[in-house]
Design a protein around this ligand. Sequence first.
Ligand SMILES: *Cc1c(COP(=O)(O)O)cnc(C)c1O
Length: 386
Amino acid sequence: MHVPMQDLRSQHRRLSGEIDSALAEVFDSQRFIGGPVVARFEAEFAALQACAFAVGCGSGSDALWLALRALGVGSGDEVICPAYSMVATASSVALLGARPVFADIDPATYTITPESVRAASTRCTRLRALMPVDLFGQCADPPGFAALARELGVAFVADAAQSVAALDAGGAPSGRRSSLACFSFYPTKNVGADGDAGIVVGNDPELIEQVRSLGNLGVSGEGSGYSRIGINSRLDALQAAILGVKLRHLESWTAARRENAAFYDEVFARAGALGSERPLAEGGLPLRTPRAPAAPARHVYHHYAIRVPAGDRDALRRFLADRAIETALYYPRGLHREPCFSDLDSPGLPETESASRETLVLPVHAELAKEQREHVAESVVRYFAA
Ligand SMILES: *Cc1c(COP(=O)(O)O)cnc(C)c1O
């Protein structure tokens, strides 16, 4: 039985009627940039995040760049972020002439922590912002970061690319707790466009106006010319139309991902997997499941990541591939080990490094059939039983 990491084709097949009529509306209007369909999607997404405003843009990477730029991050500044993330987290900082300062992660949640941020801040002289990443769909400790950013006198930007529909420890949507939060609609994200797209959300009208202007070539308002130098990064109306359709299905997709994750948790626990708090060496099945935060927090499982001993990780991956089960490595190395960031001369990040050796991502998408997830779980357990 083949188990793919994603099954966007069957998702599309189910939605194609709705998508076709949403696209027809855009073609009829011939309003491809901006216009009512984009405005409607922005309003819906802002409401989903319990934020006053949302500004669509060309990608999640652009969203990060725009948010940091709007917050005044520039040449010589420093931004604390994780190295255990997708490259755009740190490249958005570097593209502004600023320096990403990497904080280590909590091995159970894969997110940076107030403690690791505090440690990284001692290496900073011009710290301007904290940028935690809600990795794999779990909010990085929110009350802690908001308070810490205030204490350090810096901005708090959320890289929420993987956490759409996630709730933080206080039960608030992942986009709500920072000055600006950035989401990606890359096709394989929990809500994906049919191409590249992203969005920035926030509550401060001036900041949001800057984001909008920076992504629209620096235009200020009608007739007032170009007050700043911006880029062209706008949300296409065709993508907004597709995303508007998909947003209506997000709750059921999130529920399906969470149910798949709960199923894995249960099978692995029954087979003797360790809780995520206990070290791998303690005996039992040498596998750790993700730590699910207690309600009202909500993990949305953009990825279901297990930890296995480094020596087993690649062998388990091959074992699963032989059984037609796709898996993925997020992330095979920390960003501090990427050649493009070698000039940062970053210190070692022990938790990031062991996570990159031990983490394996299993299929958890909403289209996964019961037999498929059973096949995955049973195969993982069988690898260790052999
Ligand atoms: C996907 C992703 C991005 C970038 O989004 P794009 O839309 O692909 O540009 C940034 N940060 C994280 C953590 C991501 O997962």
